[in-house]
Design a protein around this ligand. Structure first.
Ligand code: F0G
Length: 409
């Protein structure tokens, strides 16, 4: 591991890792891990297999023995020609994060954050979640032998994720209210009782794992930098972590430039897209956010300063999509490319489609769309499928069964 410190994102004050909470003690700003990359050169990474831990020099874990892993990262980067043709884009790639061990991108961050929790001597971990963070934390804490507490908005979490949390034996607390309230309560508890270690994306160590998404994209494209990366945005951890990853490869001179970052939010849960579109330098939280994409049903994203900076620095943008566009994009990706993602993930495809339809994409650019969670997480979509996709009934009667079947075909 290369040397690093924790630093305030706002006032740049430094803190030692063991002392820091989750906010700057001076100004209350978000913290981030800063690696000292002066004089550093790319290690022999090409001899290692694609995975989060391939890039261990750039991950803040001191000892190999601390690492808790379920083989995360190394997800596919799929060239999507059929979907690309439909969207009028020649070089469309999907980075499919649903291929991670618990079915979402959260595992990249969780393997690092739980390993750090071990190094910090923590025994109890805690998160608020719309489902995927909780599912991931439940699995990794089980593997680490730690106690796990998750707070989730009651009735607003997809069935697959609920099952994962319960199956891994986490202590599940459902609250009446939305994710934003759950996170507020979780942060209060973590502040008051230091034995509960908070694993949300306000934890800077978790974002370090998530930045490996950017490293892998560059690796898989042979260090050709995509012009555009599109991600769904909820709490804003992933897009800012990816931006940090691209920036670190640039500082290491592995690549010369960085992609434009495009964040997509659901229409009625879009504080970041609204701020970007109206040129504001701050977000205005949205009360009672709504969307079928429950994973990104968030009105007050904690990482907003990092997201706005990533979008501005990269000359990117943010856009909104409706629930109907999300569901349509989900089906299109599944039927044209064989990739099944949950609704929040399909938001990135829906957003790209919108931008392309509006003539805001260059058809020849290399575009990477990140799909963040597996489609099996949310079986409730079954009820929203159009009739044409829900199959047929076949009455088997002796003698005529083949004819009846052939009529359907
Ligand atoms: N996609 C999926 C499938 C998610 O679960 C999330 C966030 C996001 C996108 C947005 O990522 O928050 O880093 O901007 N899910 C969190 C959770 C909030 O609790 O599982 P973000």
């Amino acid at each position: 591991m290369w040397p690093y410190k924790l630093q305030c994102f706002e006032c740049q004050r430094g803190f030692p890792a063991e002392e820091a909470g989750f906010r700057c003690k001076t100004c209350g700003g978000l913290l981030e891990v800063k690696f000292d990359l002066a004089g550093k050169r790319e290690p022999a990474w090409n001899r290692r297999q694609l995975s989060v831990w391939k890039y261990r020099e750039l991950l803040p874990i001191e000892k190999e023995e601390s690492i808790i892993s379920l083989a995360e990262g190394g997800t596919g980067l799929h060239h999507c020609k059929r979907l690309g043709r439909k969207l009028g884009l020649k070089n469309l790639y999907i980075k499919n994060e649903g291929e991670n061990p618990t079915g979402s991108f959260k595992d990249r961050g969780m393997t690092v954050a739980i390993s750090k929790a071990i190094e910090l001597g923590k025994k109890k971990v805690l998160c608020a979640s719309t489902g995927n963070t909780a599912a991931s934390l439940a699995a990794y804490s089980a593997r680490a032998g730690m106690e796990c507490i998750v707070l989730m908005p009651k009735g607003k979490v997809a069935g697959g994720k609920m099952l994962q949390v319960m199956m891994h034996g986490a202590k599940l607390i459902q609250i009446r209210g939305d994710f934003d309230l759950a996170l507020e309560v979780a942060m209060e508890l973590a502040d008051k009782r230091r034995e509960f270690y908070l694993m949300n994306s306000i934890n800077p160590f978790r974002l370090e794992g998530q930045k490996t998404l950017a490293f892998e994209i560059l690796d898989q494209l042979g260090n050709r930098v995509p012009e555009v990366v599109v991600l769904p945005v909820g709490n804003g951890g992933n897009i800012s972590a990816a931006w940090k990853g691209f920036s670190e490869f640039q500082r290491l001179k592995i690549v010369k430039n960085r992609p434009r970052m495009i964040g997509i939010q659901a229409e009625k849960a879009a504080p970041i897209a609204r701020a970007v579109k109206s040129g504001q330098s701050k977000i205005r939280p949205i009360h009672n956010p709504q969307t079928i994409a429950t994973a990104i049903r968030i009105g007050s994203p904690v990482n907003w300063p990092k997201v706005l900076l990533a979008i501005r620095e990269s000359k990117g943008t943010a856009e909104t999509v409706t629930d109907r566009q999300i569901l349509e994009a989900q089906r299109e990706l599944a039927t044209l490319e064989g990739i099944f993602v949950e609704p929040a993930s399909a938001a990135s495809i829906a957003g790209l489609k919108r931008l392309s339809d509006e003539g805001r994409m260059d058809p020849s650019e290399i575009i990477v769309c990140v799909t963040t969670g597996h489609g099996l997480k949310d079986p409730s979509v079954l009820e929203r499928l159009p009739k044409s996709q829900t199959g047929y009934n076949l009455e088997i009667t002796n003698g005529s069964r083949l004819e009846a079947l052939e009529r359907i075909l």
